[in-house]
Design a protein around this ligand. Structure first.
Ligand code: GLN
Length: 450
């Protein structure tokens, strides 16, 4: 296969469908030259794990010479002078960067509707959302533009859109993939994640991205995970079904999908037990306090002076105010307000301090559960993809679509969402959660189910 031919096929599909889906914000004008360079590297005998593979990257990862917007008005005109670590690793592995994908502004959202450039639509049903915030990357894989894509997952932004689009989505242990060049939303929760349509593809691209990077102070110096999926090992695992995630709010199809998942795997020899994680009911509240607190600090840098858009005004204070007033969308402003409030001196103990306690307790309960089971299993989302606009006027309803995914980020654990069924023609996902650094178990079990 010639990387140039593969790229032309990819671009033809995008040309044909993406006016309707809107997965991409920017196509890479250098893609053809990059494909040609890969062809030459292969000819020269280089062994490249992703030789010529077209890849889509979420637009909150910096790309040298290519606009990076975070789907925000405030970054208009910003062209980064450097590649994110994840992008560097893709290029080194021979991948061809096709373009940058749509997201909720600064990755804040669950539907990709909070984008300055308009929503992405779900390829399974154009009236439905693809999930978010990495909805563009999920849609690019689901629409078969690219076999794999990269996103970011702060509270579920890879796993939830994977479930909504019938793709696989993986979030590694916190610190496995460098955050260098990933525009910060909530630094203690953010991780780069991956999308694919098969377990083998997902494992391949994930392996390329994982590894130590001294430029990210939270990057782990751990032995690499074994990511070659081994379904035989999967048969020997014990899975814990998390009771709290089945209690309420799930649509019937979600419960059916989980039951079927269990039946299929039990007949393959996998053991299932019930597990209780009582503090999980505090996860969503804790997450939205920690995430907004960190965001309010991280987003202080968009002041019209350092980056992107600037709304001119007589003096610098007014310039900053007007730039932020015009540049940020409503959801981002809401988060900055909530985060600033939670951190303010009179309320710190009542909100942020208590959220940190809940976070520690959740992490401890996970650790305890993993004394008894190899993996935990939950629905990825309580429902299939919802209609565009359905939750736009009700932020709390929107936040509730993350109820099953956020605890994983609070505890820094690896997790994977895999397609597990349909409800009224819409895909559904099951989420597997592993102990820190035990990514290999996720892939073993996913391969066994696949
Ligand atoms: N939907 C969640 C939020 O809005 C998660 C976002 C994410 O993982 N980037 O915060």
């Amino acid at each position: 296969l010639d990387p140039g031919d593969v790229l032309r096929e990819t671009l033809a599909r995008i040309e044909r469908f993406d006016a309707r889906v809107h997965a991409f914000l920017t196509l890479n004008p250098e893609a053809e030259a990059e494909a040609e360079a890969v062809r030459r590297r292969v000819e020269a005998g280089e062994e490249l794990p992703l030789a010529g593979v077209p890849v889509a990257v979420k637009d909150n990862l910096t790309t040298r010479g290519l606009a990076t917007t975070c789907a925000s008005g405030v970054l208009e005109g910003f062209v980064p002078p450097y590649d994110a670590a994840a992008v560097e690793r893709l290029r080194a592995a021979g991948a061809v960067l096709v373009g940058k994908t749509n997201l909720d502004e600064f990755a804040m959202g669950s539907s990709t509707e909070h984008s300055h450039f308009g929503p992405t639509r779900n390829p399974w049903d154009l009236e439905r959302v693809p999930g978010g915030s990495s909805g563009g990357s999920a849609a690019a894989v689901a629409a078969a533009y690219v076999p794999v894509a990269v996103g970011s997952d702060t509270g579920g932004s890879v796993r939830q859109p994977a479930a909504f689009t019938g793709t696989l989505g993986f979030k590694p242990t916190y610190g496995r993939i460098s955050r260098y060049g990933l525009v910060a939303f909530a630094s203690s929760l953010d991780q780069v994640g991956t999308f694919g349509r098969s377990v083998a593809d997902l494992a391949l691209v994930s392996r390329v991205l994982m590894g130590h990077d001294p430029r990210d102070a939270t990057s782990l110096e751990a032995p690499p995970a074994r990511l070659e999926p081994d379904p035989r090992r999967g048969r020997g695992y014990t899975l814990g079904v998390v009771r709290e995630t089945l209690e309420e709010g799930n649509s019937p199809g979600v419960l059916d999908a989980l039951a079927r998942f269990r039946t299929v795997l039990e007949s393959a020899g996998v053991r299932f037990v019930e597990v209780e994680l009582p503090s999980l009911r505090h996860a969503l509240a804790a997450y939205y306090l920690v995430a907004t607190a960190e965001a309010s600090s991280n987003l202080a840098r968009y002041d019209g002076v350092h980056y992107g858009a600037r709304v001119a005004a007589g003096e610098v204070r007014a310039l900053m105010q007007r730039t932020r007033e015009r540049g940020f969308g409503a959801e981002v402003k809401r988060r900055i307000l909530m985060g600033t409030f939670a951190l303010s001196s009179g309320y710190y103990d009542a909100y942020y301090g208590r959220a940190l306690k809940a976070r520690r307790r959740i992490a401890a309960e996970f650790a305890q559960a993993f004394w008894e089971v190899d993996l935990l299993v939950t629905p990825t989302t309580p429902t299939p993809a919802f209609r565009l606009g359905a939750k736009l006027d009700d932020p709390l309803e929107m936040y509730l679509s993350d109820v099953d995914t956020v605890a994983v980020n609070l505890a820094g654990l690896p997790a994977l969402s895999l397609p597990a069924g349909f409800e009224e023609g819409l895909p559904l996902g099951v989420q597997l959660i592993a102990p820190a650094l035990a990514e290999d178990r996720l892939f073993d079990l996913a391969a066994l189910f696949e």
